[in-house]
Design a protein around this ligand. Structure first.
Ligand code: TRP
Length: 351
């Protein structure tokens, strides 16, 4: 069975866009591949979260993925920082990674630029370079940020994964991972690490629109419906969705905000419901208030069981601990096997 690895950055609650864009395909993959899904808490250190912050966000993600149906008996679900072998492989990969190639990655350049901007605001001109590159403050561009791609490569090749489900924005990091895998092989004249390929989730995945008129659903867009949202919150968000005065000609093309409401309905409602409102639209008899009420109800029907499971799991510390421990054991076993061989290849004594 082929091995799949995917890392999830712990950045808050899952929304419907995450669910239909990624989680749903994870549910399918866990039946077809040897899957490792992990919470990338070491990666999150590049932005210096507080300890309670780290603990809580890892738990939030873990509970929400489990509630969605990621099955710890099928997939190995673990917390990155529980598997220290990853850090050791990261060290070895860094020895053959060039600072030039790392500095040229767009994600690094973008983040460095963002941080530069923050510091321009907060510090006197002239201190900028010192702040950015030298000081250990929370806005500095740290070595962890520079070596983000090496850590990501270590995450993937530690399990000798061949497939990595990621969004389009991760293409350059994936290119680096392949390059570091190849470089290890050629440096030591071995055929050891396979080259991991990305699976693009976004093409096959359903794009969930935002309800604020345009674009897709996203946390940073501020237009997201979270799986944890209760009925009242869902209703409030849906009722606020942008609409227009309604069509004046039969069978008009739907403007984007309206098309988005229908797209959402297509995802969560029955075909009958969709057809009913579509026909009303085409006859110019549509009442958006009715459509939104139905949509809110259907979104709530979809979210309610997941929401209940999230609350259930979150209140069961013992279960979460058990899952985390089981994942850590399985992932560590796989990682230790690779690392033992890596140490031998490089020339270190066995542990
Ligand atoms: N960089 C990925 C993201 O931002 C998260 C990630 C870290 C990851 N390590 C990984 C994804 C390994 C896939 C495989 O989404």
């Amino acid at each position: 069975m082929e091995t799949v690895v995917s890392g999830i950055r712990p950045t808050g609650n899952l929304h419907l866009g995450n669910y239909f864009g990624a989680v749903k395909s994870f549910l399918q993959m866990q039946n077809e591949y040897n899957c490792f899904f992990f919470i990338a808490d070491w990666h999150s250190l590049t932005t210096h979260p507080r300890p309670e912050n780290i603990r809580n966000s890892a738990k939030t993600i873990l509970a929400e993925y489990l509630a969605c149906g990621i099955d710890p008996e099928k997939a190995t679900i673990y917390i990155q920082s529980d598997v220290r072998e990853v850090a050791e492989l990261y060290l070895y990969l860094n020895m053959n990674a060039g600072i030039g190639e790392l500095m040229r990655t767009t994600s690094f350049k973008d983040k460095a630029r963002q941080m530069l901007h923050i510091d321009r605001v907060n510090t006197a001109e002239g201190d900028v370079e010192k702040e950015i590159f030298n000081e250990g403050n929370r806005h500095s561009v740290n070595a962890g940020l520079l070596t983000y791609p090496t850590l990501m490569a270590a995450d993937i090749i530690i399990h000798k994964a061949v497939k990595v489900p990621v969004g389009k924005d991760q293409e350059q990091n994936m290119e680096m991972a392949r390059r570091f895998a190849r470089r290890f092989n050629s440096t030591y004249e071995v055929e050891f690490f396979p080259e991991p390929a990305s699976f693009h989730l976004t093409e096959k995945a359903v794009k969930v629109p935002g309800l604020d008129g345009s674009g897709k659903m996203g946390k940073s867009e501020g237009n997201a419906i979270y799986l944890i949202d209760d009925e009242k919150a869902i209703k409030k968000k849906v009722m606020k969705a942008v609409t227009d005065a309604g069509p004046t000609e039969p069978n008009s093309v739907k403007p984007e905000p309206i098309a988005n409401l229908f797209a959402m309905m297509d995802i969560v409602s029955t075909k009958d419901t969709y057809d009913y409102f579509n026909e009303k639209y085409n006859n110019c008899e549509i009442r958006y208030g009715d459509l939104k009420k139905q949509l809110a109800e259907d979104i709530n029907n979809f979210c309610a069981p997941i929401r209940e499971r999230i609350l259930d799991i979150r209140s069961n510390e013992e279960y979460m601990e058990k899952v985390a421990r089981m994942g850590a054991e399985k992932a560590s076993a796989s990682a230790a096997k690779t690392l033992a061989e890596v140490r031998e290849i490089i020339g270190f004594r066995p542990y």
